[in-house]
Design a protein around this ligand. Structure first.
Ligand code: IPM
Ligand code: MG
Length: 356
């Protein structure tokens, strides 16, 4: 029996529309070949939304999001705001608000390594080979959501966590570790921050319920170093919002490019699936963006959002086959890549569809 699902596509800004087009095309193909009924709607968010409605997350988008079974998201951001610290309305606010409103407290960022891309990374092949990390980044707390204050010469962002916020992400991470490599590394800054001391206390508490999982605590500065020194030592990593934001961008280099990393944000309701890369305005509209992170986000939607393991595997395999056949977008090409196999967004998306 096929599944019936309502999917909301929020392309957002910059390369968002170019990449989500291919994520959606992959969903359509999967639905057709497995007999699922996926219906689609679209909504605005970010800079585009500000320009047309005055707010980065229009009420209509939020209502549609809450009414859908999954969201495929592109990116938000615009250079206009990056160099304007005084801007009152910013594209990123929409993303933060939707995470909060949908209760998306767990952001899963798998560092998946395709063997063919080992040379696309700036790190050495022998350091990378065999790495398989699953990050659990807390997504609705921390300094991202604490009270903000500003006068002409003073600024403050409050960093805070409640016990339950740490507990629920810890449980998600431990459950995943249990069915993976049975290792969990909790990253904090407990030598300095009170929030991290609460974090560590809670992890130690939850760890007792998972005696089969080996728990390690690591300071964020050390973790940032270990991640490039010996990434293989990590299995599941659980960390706070800000630390997770930074560490996962760093970890994207392990996978070769930001253009390869997908993520799933889950929690109380509708799941949200998005590449970790941003709006990349410098290449927007030029058919240069890598659609693979969006396509791999669709694989996460199928697996985590809908429980469709076989369908998800099919998508990942199609990406793998396109890479094995030598096809690359600019961001994952290296000096050994056959120039004729360096593809634009559309041709790469098309290739994946062919292998599907
Ligand atoms: C991410 C992004 C966002 C974040 C920005 C766009 C607000 O960097 O999803 O990692 O900081 O969470
Ligand atoms: Mg980020």
């Amino acid at each position: 029996m096929g599944l019936s699902k309502k999917i909301l596509v929020i392309p957002g800004d910059g390369i968002g529309a170019e990449v989500t087009t291919w994520g959606k095309a992959v969903l359509e193909k999967i639905a057709a070949s497995f007999g699922h009924q996926f219906t689609y709607d679209e909504a605005l968010m970010g800079h585009e939304a500000i320009e047309t409605t005055g707010t980065s997350l229009p009420d209509e988008t939020l209502a549609k999001a809450k009414a859908s079974d999954a969201i495929l998201f592109g990116a938000v951001g615009h250079i206009k705001y990056d160099n304007d610290p005084s801007a009152k309305v910013r594209p990123e606010q929409g993303l933060l608000k939707i995470r909060k409103e949908l209760g998306l407290y767990a952001n899963l960022r798998p560092i998946m390594l395709f063997d063919e891309l080992l040379d696309a990374s700036s790190l050495k092949r022998e350091v990378l080979q065999g790495t398989d990390i699953l990050f659990f980044r807390e997504l609705t707390g921390d300094v991202y959501f604490g009270e903000k204050k500003r006068t002409a010469d003073f600024a403050s962002d409050l960093m805070n966590y409640n016990r339950y916020e740490v507990e629920r992400i810890a449980i998600k991470a431990y459950e995943a570790a249990r069915v993976r490599g049975k290792k969990l590394c909790s990253v904090d800054k407990a030598n300095v921050l009170e929030t991290s001391r609460l974090w560590r206390e809670v992890i130690q508490e939850i760890a007792k319920q998972y005696p089969d999982v080996e728990t390690e605590h690591m300071f964020i500065d050390n973790a940032a170093m270990q991640l490039v020194k010996n990434p293989k030592k990590f299995d599941v990593v659980v960390t706070a919002n800000l630390f997770g934001d930074i560490l996962t961008d760093e970890a994207s280099q392990i996978a070769g490019s930001m253009g390869m990393l997908a993520s799933a944000s889950i929690g109380d309701g509708t799941g949200f699936f998005e590449p970790i890369h941003g709006s990349a305005h410098d290449i927007a509209g030029q058919d240069k963006a890598n659609p693979l992170a969006s396509i791999l986000s669709v694989a996460l939607m199928l697996e985590i959002g809908f429980g469709l393991k076989e369908e998800a595997k099919k998508v990942t395999n199609a990406v793998d086959q396109a890479l094995k056949a030598g096809y690359r977008t600019g961001d994952i090409a290296d000096s050994k890549t056959d120039k004729s196999k360096i593809l634009g967004t559309k041709a790469m998306g098309q290739k994946v569809l062919e292998y599907l």
